[in-house]
Design a protein around this ligand. Sequence first.
Ligand code: ATP
Ligand code: MG
Length: 341
Amino acid sequence: MIDVSGLSKCFGGNRVLDDVTMSVAPGEIYGIVGHSGAGKSTLLRCLNGLETYRKGSVRINGAEVRDLSPSGLIELRRTMGMIFQTFNLMSRKNVYRNVSFPLEIRKTPKAGIERRVMELLDMVGLADRRDERVRNLSGGQKQRVGIARALALRPDILLCDEATSALDPKTTGSILDLLEDINKRLNLTIVIVTHQMEVVKRLCHRMLLLDGGVAQAEGATEDLFLSLPANLRGFIDEEYTLVPGGINIRLMFPRDISRDAVVTAMARELDIDFSIVGGKLERYLDDVFGVLIINVRPEHLDMAVEYMRKKRLYWQMLDADGENVHDRDASADRILNRTRR
Ligand SMILES: Nc1ncnc2c1ncn2[C@@H]1O[C@H](COP(=O)(O)OP(=O)(O)OP(=O)(O)O)[C@@H](O)[C@H]1O
Ligand SMILES: [Mg+2]
C-alpha cells in the first residue's frame, strides 16, 4: 500500500532523510518514531505529496507520488486523511462545520453531508456536541473532531503527526483506543508519527525508528522489542541500577509465565545464586510481557545460558551501564511460538 524505498531529502545543504526504506501493508498500524528533528514529519509529508523529493521512491497503491499530475495529487490527498498535534481546526466554527467542510468543498449534496457528518460524530463520540464551537472543547475532544474531519472523505490511509503529543496520558489513551477501534472497524491503514515509544508499543503492528534522517530499525514492533537491537536500546528508558561485577542479563517472557515462577525454577534447577536487579511488566499491542534483569556470577554464566536456551526465554547480556547488548541468543528468536494477530 505504502512503499518507500531509498528516499533521501535535503533542505538546502541539510540532509533530512537519508536512504529511508519502509513499507506499510493495508490495514496495518505503522509507527514512525524518533527524537525531535529526526525527519518524521518530513517523511510523513513526502507520503501525501506535501513535500517533494528527488532521490528514491514513494509509491502509494503503486503510483509514484512525484509523478502525479495536480489532479492526481488532489485525489491522493483524498485517500489520505491527516491529523495533527495542534488539531488545525477552525476554532470559531462549530463541530459540525469542521467535519462538513471537506464534504462541502467536494460539493457533496446537503443530505449526504448531514448523514455522513452525524455518522462520523457518532463514531468519535461527539454527536451531542455538534453545535459546540470547537474552541470550547477539551484537547481530546478537539482531536476527535480532527479524526472525524480526516475521515470525512473515506480515506484508505490516516496519517497522524504527533496526534497525542499535546494530550495528557489519560486522554492520549482514549484517542489511541479510538484509533485502534477505527483501524479494526474500517480496516483503515494508519501511519503514526510520534516521539513517544509508549504510543508505538501500545498500538503499532510495525515500526520504523528514525534518527538523524536514517532508518535505525524497521520491522514488527514485537520482534524489535524482543530482540532489542542496540539502535533501539538508546530510545527506551529502562533504568536499572545494574550490579557491578557479575553479569547482568535481561530476560523477557510472556505474561502467562510469572516472574516468580521463572526465578524460583531457575534458582532451584540451576542451584546457583543470582540477584534480581529489577523487573516490570511491559505492554505490547494486546500482550503483556515480563521483563526481568538478573545478575549472575561469571562462573555460573554457562549454566544460566544453557537453562535460558532450554526454556526458550528471550534474553540478552547487558554491560555495566545497561547500554549495550553484548550478545543475544539467536536460537530463541521466536519466543514460545507465539502467534501474531
Ligand atoms: N521546510 C523546511 N525547511 C528547512 N528545513 C526544514 C524544513 N522542514 C524541516 N526542516 C528540518 O528538517 C529536519 C527534520 O524536521 P522534521 O520536522 O521532519 O523532524 P521531526 O522528526 O518531525 O521533529 P519533531 O519531533 O520536532 O516534529 C529538522 O532539522 C528541521 O529543522
Ligand atoms: Mg514533526
